[in-house]
Design a binder for this molecule. Structure first.
Ligand SMILES: NC(=O)c1ccc[n+]([C@@H]2O[C@H](COP(=O)([O-])OP(=O)(O)OC[C@H]3O[C@@H](n4cnc5c(N)ncnc54)[C@H](O)[C@@H]3O)[C@@H](O)[C@H]2O)c1
Length: 342
């Protein structure tokens, strides 16, 4: 399994990212490398600063130059990044020097996004990966594909999420399970396989830090009326974050959640046909509202800083979390003052 070997090689080469080819010339060739001995083999080989290394039976790995920015040289996965918050987060992270995997169930849209990001930021800086985060084997394959594309993993952004609102009389067991599987259980699958790569890097480069970041919600901090499947899973996500943080701290893996307020300009709210503003207008949820814009104004007024949350607001929390080496297990609110912590 590539992902159980190559991250150790990347750490030993001190490379920001690696490109992979099945054959070719290399500065050094290592033989007899297995999953069990990878750490000691790469540590013993004095690989720091080498431009290319071949591993017999696996291929040739060549160090790539890092782009500049606050995330220079970092490799990141953002799940659910074909649209919405995930897309905006991926755009901001790549603009700050990260190489980013656009991991999404909607592979056609993810491929288009990755293509555009590469055109704007440089060839090979993003790649699209099809994943269903609620399927363990699919999550493992995403991690393997990431290591093949970039050589390792520094920041995992667990963003993919779904919302099916409904009170006790409307919600059925199937919908409850669907929401819980993607918003809650999938985070466990993702943390399991992402941390494996990070642990391997830590074993070779013990002074570096890695991040698992869950995009939670303000509904993970306070209950949400007739939206308990979503809020319950998000509350549970903070329990996972705190527990993963305690378990992974010895590997310099920080684990934090970010709790954004509503992204009114994103597709969930603003889609002209299926968005929540149109749905709430039709349902007469906001008294006196005549247009979707009236509904939007009503919701914006609920926030002390009178606007919705934007991807850049969330990305700034990501930059803080990554740069802050003295914090873990936290839930960082980005709500414009709508939810205040005790
Ligand atoms: N939009 C908001 O107002 C808001 C507010 C607070 C928190 N959040 C959170 O932000 C995250 C993103 O929300 P959004 O509104 O941008 O979502 P969105 O619906 O716009 O996009 C979600 C993306 O996730 C993908 N996806 C869905 N199920 C998947 C699966 N099983 N595996 C892989 N990918 C899958 C979709 O294809 C889509 O591209 C979620 O975790 C959500 O709970 C959203």
């Amino acid at each position: 399994m590539l992902y159980k070997i190559v991250p150790a090689l990347r750490a030993a080469m001190n490379a920001s990212s690696l490109s992979f080819s099945e054959s070719g010339q290399a500065d050094v060739t290592l033989s007899g490398v297995t999953e069990d001995n990878a750490i000691e083999k790469v540590k013993a080989a004095s690989l720091c600063g080498k431009a290319s290394v071949a591993i017999d039976g696996l291929g040739v790995f060549t160090a790539k130059e890092a782009a500049e920015g606050r995330l220079s040289g970092k490799i990141a996965i953002v799940t659910g990044s074909a649209q919405g918050f995930g897309l905006g987060i991926a755009e901001e992270m790549i603009a700050q020097g990260a190489n980013v995997v656009i991991a999404d169930l909607n592979i056609d849209l993810a491929a288009k996004v990755a293509d555009e990001l590469c055109k704007k930021n440089g060839a090979g800086r993003a790649f699209a990966c099809k994943v269903d985060v609620s399927d363990e084997a699919s999550v493992e394959a995403m991690i393997e594909d990431t290591v093949k594309a970039f050589g390792g993993l520094d920041i995992f952004v667990n963003n993919a999420g779904v919302l099916k609102a409904g009170g006790l009389e409307e919600m059925d067991a199937k919908s409850f399970e669907f929401v819980t599987k993607i918003n809650y259980e999938a985070y466990y699958f993702c943390a399991k396989y992402a941390s494996r790569v990070m642990k391997l890097q830590h074993a070779v480069a013990p002074d570096k830090f890695y991040d698992i970041i869950q995009i939670n919600s303000k509904s993970g901090l306070e209950g949400s009326n007739k939206n308990f499947a979503y809020a319950g899973g998000k509350f549970g996500g903070i329990g996972l974050t705190q527990s993963f943080a305690l378990e992974l701290v010895e590997f310099n893996i920080k684990v934090n959640s970010i709790c954004p307020g509503n992204y009114y300009d994103g597709p969930l709210w603003s889609d002209p046909e299926r968005g929540l503003f149109v749905q709430y207008l039709k349902a007469g949820k906001v008294p006196g509202a005549k247009t979707a814009a009236d509904v939007k104004k009503f919701y914006e007024a609920k926030t002390p800083i009178k606007r919705g949350c934007m991807p850049l607001d969330v990305a700034r929390a990501i930059f803080y979390i990554v740069e802050q080496e003295f914090e873990t297990g936290q839930a960082v609110p980005v709500t414009g003052g709508q939810v205040m912590l005790n």
